[in-house]
Design a protein around this ligand. Structure first.
Ligand SMILES: [Zn+2]
Length: 114
């Protein structure tokens, strides 16, 4: 399952962070979920719950925040949300020399430790 690999990476990172900070437990996790990943929240949550069983993360609150796809135009410096209407090109100059700057992965945004 697609969600699983993202989930395992995230859980490992969160556990590492908690251990490094010598936390007793983890209260809350905020996770940015990129639109481009195509992740389905409920599947991600199912994986997460299995992955955290018996770890320091068990019982922590999980907040999923949707991260919209964003792009940056190398030609004119505009940041924009790519859309089909513009063929995913820069809406300002029509340039195609753009890079994706957001919405691409799963990012651990915040971790609240105790
Ligand atoms: Zn542009």
């Amino acid at each position: 399952m697609h969600e699983m690999s993202f989930c395992i990476k995230l859980v490992n990172l969160a556990i590492e962070t908690a251990q490094r900070e010598q936390a007793k437990r983890v209260e809350e996790l905020s996770v940015l979920v990129g639109e481009m990943t195509g992740i389905v929240d409920q599947l991600f949550i199912n994986c997460y719950e299995k992955a955290v069983e018996g770890t320091i993360l068990e019982g922590a609150k999980l907040n999923l925040i949707h991260d919209k796809t964003r792009a940056y135009c190398n030609n004119c410096g505009t940041e924009f949300i790519p859309d089909k209407e513009h063929d995913y090109l820069c809406p300002k100059c029509g340039g195609f020399d753009c890079k994706i700057t957001g919405g691409r992965g799963v990012v651990l945004k915040e971790i609240i430790l105790d």
